[in-house]
Design a binder for this molecule. Structure first.
Ligand code: SF4
Length: 276
């Protein structure tokens, strides 16, 4: 998630203060006052040590800290009275700031975990006209960084070329990942090319290529074809890299973490907590 440099600085100070000697953040349980459940141990950032125990700050403790911090700043409201903040106000400040700086409201909705865009729009302290202006400004700034000729309907020939490009990406041992509109710069020596995404189902074919290269290297050395040895060795080590990539992919798939299904009660509870 993108954060401002100031917030990154604060988060990094909090994390440094909490880190164990191995760099991890202590896991603590916390009570969700809205959903009324104990959360499992998590690396929460608002935590403190009490005796030998680590405990999460309660919302009321955080509120008191905020009130004390605001009093220390001697800032006051427009009526001259003390400023009063709640932790939840920071969600509103974040949404307002993000939308006013051009973040599309539907993205702010996803970041905040709101079920509907209305909740997000209710969170921000700006008028719809300002939101639209801010978003228009964002689009204009983004377009200014791209050549204007990109913003037009593609011709039939361009569309066909686009489709053909992706059809032509499939090669015998995987998929070519070169950018659209760019030619093959490696003379179709795919097994030596870093842009090849090897296909795990083609492992046997790659093993065959590796064994063949091994035999050719032995033969070239035996026959004194030293001019060929270097090139064959580059191909040989590239094929071995591709096999390692395939193994890593298969390993990742085999060790996928089962996250389980959250219970219905906790989903609705959390959704309503986010909605508030
Ligand atoms: S050599 Fe590289 S860029 Fe060329 S087709 Fe093969 S994978 Fe793509």
């Amino acid at each position: 998630m993108l954060v401002s440099p100031e917030l990154a600085d604060v988060l990094s100070a909090i994390i440094q203060r909490l880190q164990n000697s191995d760099g991890s953040i202590p896991l603590v349980v916390s009570y969700d006052v809205r959903v009324k459940i104990w959360n499992p141990p998590m690396p929460v950032l608002f935590q403190r040590g009490i005796g030998n125990e680590r405990r999460a700050f309660t919302p009321s403790a955080i509120r008191k800290l905020l009130i004390n911090s605001l009093a220390a700043t001697e800032l006051t409201g427009t009526n001259g009275g003390p400023l009063i903040f709640q932790a939840h106000d920071f969600r509103r400040i974040f949404v307002t700031d993000a939308i006013m700086n051009g973040l599309p409201p539907h993205i702010a909705q996803v970041i905040c975990g709101h079920k509907t865009i209305d909740t997000t729009m209710g969170c921000k302290a700006v008028y719809p006209a300002e939101t639209i202006e801010a978003h228009r400004g964002f689009v204009t700034r983004r377009r200014a960084t791209r050549p204007s000729e990109e913003y037009r309907t593609p011709t039939d020939a361009e569309w066909d070329a686009f489709l053909v490009h992706f059809e032509k990406r499939k090669v015998s041992v995987g998929t070519c990942a070169r950018a659209f509109g760019s030619p093959c710069v490696h003379e179709h020596a795919c097994v030596r090319c870093s842009l090849l995404r090897p296909d795990p189902t083609q492992r046997a074919r790659l093993e065959e290529i590796r064994d063949n290269l091994e035999a050719r290297i032995i033969e070239a050395k035996r026959e004194g074809w030293l001019g060929e040895v270097e090139g064959l060795q580059v191909s040989y080590s590239s094929v071995k890299d591709k096999l390692t990539q395939i193994d890593a992919t298969l390993q990742r798939r085999a060790t996928a973490t089962e996250l389980g299904m959250p219970s219905f009660g906790s989903i609705s509870g959390r959704a309503s907590a986010h909605e508030n």
